[in-house]
Design a protein around this ligand. Sequence first.
Ligand code: PHE
Length: 453
Amino acid sequence: MAKKREKFGGRLAVILAMAGSAIGLGNIWRFPYMAGEHGGAAFVIVYIFATLLISLPVFLAEVMIGRRSHTNARDAFARLSRQHPFWKAAGYLTILIPTLIASYYSVIGGWSVEYFIKACSLSFLHTPADEISGLFGPFVSSAWTPVVLHLFFMGICVGVVAGGVKSGIEKFSKVSLPVLFVLVVVILAYSVSLPGARQGVQYLLHPDWSELTPRTFAYAMGQSFYSLSLGMGAIITYGSYVSKKENILVTSTGTAVSDLLFAILAGFAIMPAVFAAGIEPGAGPGLIFQSVPYVFARMGATLPVLSSVMAILFFLTIIVAAMTSLISLVEVGVSFLMERKGLTRGRACWVVFAVCGGLGTLCSLSFGPLAGVTVGGMSLFDLLDWICSNILLLVMALLAVAFVGWVLPRRVVRDEFTNGGTVNGRIFPVVLFLIKWVAPVAVLIIFCTNFIL
Ligand code: PHE
């Protein structure tokens, strides 16, 4: 007899685990600099609409695929389409994408560990503020430290996954998410109290409509997909651990709203500090590793203890947030290897560690010794990020909504949405319309905008 499949232990557990996957570097690292580069409040407003009207339906579609098929992401499409060859092949994408993303995501996790160590050893106090942002380049391009830290970071996350769905993933998310929330609120309070922080708050509150170009829309939607972990098999996999009794509209909305709130909180935690230190808001991806430490160094001159504590808390926040997300990526491959290849959880974890650890090592080295190896002018790290976020993720999200909207019989989708008629399905037609028409058209538009504009 087949072994009983694991599942999450209740509504709160589902929301916390899914929000753990969603809340990550995307919220703390990517969202503030994207908002900074694309018009502040104007971007935030588009982002809120994109999340509620487009990403949330895609999220629901993925949860439905996972829960209905009750299996790993690779087999989910195959099972629900009765082994249709196209959908069987599409299923492989759901394994490929998280494997690629996990590899380079963990490299950034390793950088956060380095900065956490720097904060603990008070090096932001001992380095002149103007030299702080200069620490980043030599560190990422050095050969071994980033690789070792990446493997360490990956190792811990794989270790949590090895504990299983309930006693590993669920337990970890239950503790880490509330901690994360408290940490970000503390940082926010500190940040807005800095002299000169007002401008940063205003930047996020007063929209500059002239910045609203088609590109802003495309970026806001892309960011919202990334932030909700869509198009990567992660939500399909977590969806497969959701009990048949759970109201998925409630859990999905809960997750999307927490993710949204967290991104906005992170924006308000980071932007005011950036303005207070007189840094360009559009400084780009280096914002949290270059600009934010600069803020801590400047504050350190007058308030050394407070600034050191805040620096430690800040990088701890990033580490915890990145861990829960990486865990969800690792679980995709692990559940596939267990169910399809018959490996034990422990063995599957080792395989994922070896593959993602190896690929991530190459990504990490692509900042230093392998910097000369480029494809189309991009290093391996940039190439993976580009292919995943601009192509694969969108293709996968499109496949998921097309599958639920057009391939699965309406009766099945309705049944899944209403838990067999036991949950109120009044808004089902609206949700189905969003899944069938609005989301696919939006994904196609982002896709074209990314390539044409
Ligand atoms: N959603 C995560 C973030 O915001 C990233 C992620 C993507 C995690 C895909 C898992 C799967 O950082």
